[in-house]
Design a protein around this ligand. Structure first.
Ligand code: C2E
Ligand code: MG
Ligand code: MG
Ligand code: MG
Length: 280
């Protein structure tokens, strides 16, 4: 009888496990065709100067609307793209498109592009950036690459070389989601990041009264200042959070409070509205 019961449970659980592996396989098949079918677009989220609240840059965030699966969030398909190395062509497309679209913005506005470890560690990465800049005519100073601490978990020296090469072109590099992964302060000494992005979890924590989150933001801001790097607070959703972050001395703010990721035409309209107002 016990054996029967065990068998029964096995039968109940197996389809569930099977479904998730099957779902993943189907998602991969669709992801392989996504670029060719023109299913990806970039949305842009404003990053504002903490004091003036002027937009200083836009972060490019990829969106996938699949014919079979509908809208799939980056939190789901980016890890899959990384596992299957599909992130290499996808990342290349993102780089090119972001430079193209940023070319239509005012000259002082930067574009931030997220780069996965798999893409950064490809030997062709540097050439990809050079070609995207050359083809679009975007000044290298307007491109900021965002990487997370995870790039240092693998080939740290290869990652460092790749970043130094793009810095030599005039591009800047931001350290994304700082404090959530494996944080090695050694790399802050070796690599001249322009910006440290303080992860949303600390912003939320501090706003909810966590003394630990507050202490961490304070320490990151102080450390960045003495290293001559700037700080961006991620995920600021309310006026209270914006005030708190400003008082903590972060240089830039990004989050739903100032703007959600928007389509390229909407980002462009934002400039026209602002410039129309300034002109009149
Ligand atoms: P990330 O680079 O840290 O981007 C910030 C994420 O936080 C975005 O999620 C953005 O929509 C979200 N966000 C911004 N402000 C707020 C806020 O106030 N509240 C909340 N709750 N969320 C906020 P998204 O677009 O879903 O992207 C998730 C992650 O996927 C990104 O995190 C990035 O790691 C990755 N990703 C997105 N686009 C690309 C890409 O083109 N290439 C690569 N390699 N990764 C990408
Ligand atoms: Mg980012
Ligand atoms: Mg981030
Ligand atoms: Mg984050």
């Amino acid at each position: 009888q016990a054996k029967d019961l065990g068998g029964g449970e096995h039968c109940r659980f197996e389809p569930v496990l099977h479904a998730s592996a099957e779902e993943r396989r189907q998602l991969e098949v669709a992801l392989r065709k996504a670029l060719g079918r023109d299913e990806m677009v970039l949305h842009y989220q404003p990053v504002v100067d903490a004091r003036s609240e002027n937009v200083v840059s836009f972060e490019a965030l990829v969106r996938w609307n699949s014919a079979e699966h509908g809208f799939v969030s980056p939190g789901k398909f980016i890890p899959l793209a990384e596992d299957t190395r599909l992130i290499v062509p996808i990342g290349q497309w993102v780089m090119r498109r972001a430079c193209e679209e940023a070319r239509n913005w005012p000259e002082h506005i930067k574009v931030n592009v997220n780069v996965s470890p798999e893409q950064l560690l490809e030997p062709g990465f540097h050439r990809e950036v050079v070609e995207a800049l050359a083809a679009t005519g975007l000044r290298p100073e307007r491109l900021e690459i965002e990487v997370t601490e995870s790039i240092f978990l693998r080939d740290a020296s290869v990652a460092r070389n790749a970043l130094e090469q793009v810095m030599a072109l005039g591009c800047s590099v931001a350290l994304d989601d700082f404090g959530t992964g494996y944080s090695s302060l050694g790399y802050l000494r070796k690599l001249k990041f322009s910006t440290i992005k303080v992860d949303r979890t600390f912003v939320q924590g501090a706003a909810q009264g966590s003394a630990e989150s507050l202490a961490i933001i304070n320490a990151v801001v102080a450390m960045a200042k003495s290293l001559k790097m700037s700080t961006t607070a991620e995920g600021v959703e309310t006026i209270e959070e914006a005030e708190l972050i400003r008082n903590l001395g972060c240089d830039k703010i990004q989050g739903f409070y100032f703007g959600r990721p928007m389509t390229a035409p909407d980002a462009l309209r934002l400039f026209n509205v602002v410039e129309g107002r300034l002109a009149s």
